[in-house]
Design a protein around this ligand. Structure first.
Ligand code: ATP
Length: 291
């Protein structure tokens, strides 16, 4: 069964000032899919996100969100079902993080206090912290921005440089959140300059250059951890896997790491078994971080 396409760009052209920023853009994002967009500063990545939110409209072509053409008339109001973190999030400085989210949620009247608290906890912020947002660090603001984007359990999530300013714990929490959103079949666009981030999470990656989108990665590259009993087996792995490296032992086993496009552990296991290698265990990188 074909997955539901939640975002579609059809021949979208957009001029800003005298420059043609988007010059015939075509792409789509389905439920549960993560599409990455990368490109130089000023190439127009945020312009794409703004059009999905209805902050800007194409000069030519169509932007279709949840089966509806985005048309003028809703300026400044993000359509229902979209969670967005676009550029540096702005909040009211005299209020706490919780109060800010409660105010934003109050506008839509869709979620209660407990859901807001849950979102804050997911990003590692203490819901009842009395600290005002004006005293937040950049990383805390970014965490609050992510909480705001996910709190209404959107069907579509737009993330512009989401790990900006996050420390290692923040990045780990973000990874867990993204995994959850994918499992919940959210359609996600991730704009990022960080190659590692974009290649790990995205099913497809586009480069935006001179107003055109070029597909530069077709499938998600995940990091896999493979545990085996002997050093000889590690050596065998290094022959059959590209980009294979030996890492610190996990759980007492000889351990290696590689990058690859397998959809599941079973798929990787089948690949290794075709070379008569039977690993002790296969893990995804994030599982090792967690243990
Ligand atoms: N209202 C406007 N009028 C004229 N030009 C604009 C306007 N808004 C944005 N631009 C220009 O459009 C181009 C694309 O901007 P956009 O913010 O989409 O780029 P970006 O790829 O997101 O950049 P960055 O990586 O720096 O965030 C930039 O050159 C910007 O200066």
């Amino acid at each position: 069964m074909e997955k539901q396409r939640l975002i579609q760009f059809k021949g979208v052209k957009k001029k800003l000032g005298k420059t043609m920023i988007l010059d015939g853009i075509n792409f789509s994002v389905s439920a549960g899919e993560v599409v990455g967009i990368t490109g130089a500063n000023g190439s127009g990545k945020t312009t794409i996100l703004r059009q999905i939110c209805g902050f800007l409209y194409p000069d030519q072509g169509e932007v279709i969100v949840s089966n509806e053409i985005v048309e003028p008339g809703l300026v400044g109001k993000i359509p229902a079902g979209i969670g967005a973190l676009i550029e540096t999030p702005t909040f009211l400085p005299q209020f706490t993080g919780f109060q800010n989210l409660a105010l934003l949620a109050g506008i839509q009247e869709k979620i209660g206090k407990e859901t807001i608290k849950k979102s804050l906890k997911m990003v590692g912020l203490e819901p009842m912290d009395k600290k005002k947002v004006r005293k937040y660090s950049q990383g805390m603001l970014q965490r609050l921005g992510i909480a705001q984007a996910i709190m209404e359990e959107p069907k579509i999530l737009l993330l512009d440089e989401p790990t900006n300013g996050l420390d290692k714990d923040g990045v780990d929490l973000f990874r867990q959140i993204l995994e959850k959103q994918i499992n919940d079949h959210v359609a996600i666009i991730l704009v990022s300059h960080i190659e590692e981030e974009i290649s790990r999470f995205c099913d497809k990656v586009y480069l935006l250059k001179d107003g055109k989108l070029e597909l530069i990665q077709k499938q998600k590259q995940r990091e896999w951890i493979i545990l085996v009993r002997t050093v000889e087996e590690l050596e065998q792995l290094s022959y059959v896997l590209t980009d294979f490296r030996i890492i610190k032992r996990v759980g007492g086993f000889a351990t290696g790491q590689c990058k690859g496009e397998w959809e599941s552990k079973q798929e990787l296991l089948a690949f290794l078994m075709s070379y008569h290698i039977i690993p002790e265990k296969i893990m995804m990188e994030e599982e090792v971080v967690l243990c």
